[in-house]
Design a protein around this ligand. Structure first.
Ligand SMILES: [Mn+2]
Length: 346
């Protein structure tokens, strides 16, 4: 497996010069951030990013994310044009040597948390999801972390109502339509599409969420049964629900060669089903990171892996979940486990 690190480009407070100093780092996972959602990423912007990454001794083989426009998810308005744009993005990225594209199909909100800087006993801070706090919120009135603040309250209400009306089956149908359009292009370009699970993997505010559990992952992979239609298996997103057994999912979908990108994050599940993001070390959370990596090792996983969200430690400030220090600790911890697994199995 290839160790990678998420990088938000030249404006990221975590400089690429620092990322390259983390041992065993093969490349960064990045994106073009200054093109409107749904539009085609100009080739010169992609090549400029690639040159910037490569000149720092790192690869740019994974893009996270190429966002999917809400019109595609709702299959309304300009969806046909946005799907054509999406295909062009796959073609352009493949020309620049990209091998894997991470995306998600979460309605309206990307990942959802109740707080981004909850302080733990040791003084570190991390992202948390407290159910009672989230349940009390009115999504049309509040701007929460990870949400697109560009919607006015009435626009947000319209959007949420549209998804409520669409429902889970409608969302499945729109996802199937999208996949049937884009996967043939991905196959032609030999780019692996890797859907990110919903985070958290349950419905919030009555809005459907479908990439959530084993039965739904099975259904997803069958929508287009092609190896280019695969998964970003995010241990923290799926693993914050106790119905998901991450090592089991890794063994199953890894053996099918349908996992292209592994996100490794640990979370501590609380009694009421809330959760707190923790350090990667198994003892800090509810997930056994050793068992997860062992499962990847056993199925001969050859895709990309990255430490997912980290805590803020040692006085660092910056983008919540995406500081340098704790994610670097996570990468090095994983390096140690992977080296041990590889050498002890010889
Ligand atoms: Mn993730």
């Amino acid at each position: 497996m290839k160790m990678t690190f998420r990088y938000y480009g030249k404006t990221d407070p975590v400089k690429i010069e620092y990322i390259r100093q983390i041992p065993n780092m093969s490349g960064v996972v990045s994106a073009i951030y200054d093109v409107e959602v749904g539009e085609v990423w100009p080739m010169e912007k992609i090549l400029e990013l690639k040159e910037h990454v490569n000149s720092n001794g790192l690869e740019l083989e994974v893009i996270e994310s190429v966002p999917v426009h809400e019109d595609i998810k709702l299959r309304r308005g300009d969806y046909a044009r946005y799907i054509e744009n999406y295909k062009q993005n796959i073609r352009n990225l493949s020309k620049a040597g990209v091998k894997c594209i991470c995306y998600n199909f979460m309605p309206v909100f990307d990942w959802t948390r109740s707080q981004l800087d909850k302080m733990a006993e040791d003084g570190s801070t991390s992202l948390v999801y407290y159910k009672d706090q989230v349940d009390k919120l009115d999504p049309t009135k509040l701007a929460l972390p990870g949400w697109d603040s560009s919607y006015a309250p009435e626009e947000m209400k319209e959007l949420i109502d549209a998804y409520k009306e669409l429902g889970e089956e409608g969302l499945w149908s729109n996802l199937e339509h999208f996949l049937k359009e884009i996967i043939p292009v991905a196959a032609e370009c030999d780019v692996n599409m890797a859907i990110h699970p919903d985070d958290p993997p349950w419905s919030i505010f009555g809005i459907p969420r479908i990439i959530t559990c084993e039965a739904n992952l099975d259904r997803f992979l069958k929508l287009v049964d092609d190896p280019h239609n695969g998964l970003t298996l995010c241990s923290g997103s799926l693993g914050c629900a106790d119905f998901n057994d991450i090592p089991k999912l890794v063994r199953k979908y890894g053996a099918m060669k349908r996992i292209h990108f592994a996100h490794i994050r640990n979370v501590k599940i609380l009694e009421d089903g809330s959760f707190e993001e923790t350090a990667h070390y198994s003892g800090c959370g509810s997930l056994d990171v050793y068992e997860i990596l062992k499962a990847y090792h056993e199925v001969g996983f050859e895709g990309y892996v990255r430490p997912d969200h980290g805590r803020m430690i040692w006085g660092e400030t910056g983008k919540p979940g995406y500081g340098l220090f704790d994610r670097a600790l996570g990468a090095v911890y994983m390096n140690g486990i992977i080296e041990t697994l590889e050498k002890s199995s010889k």
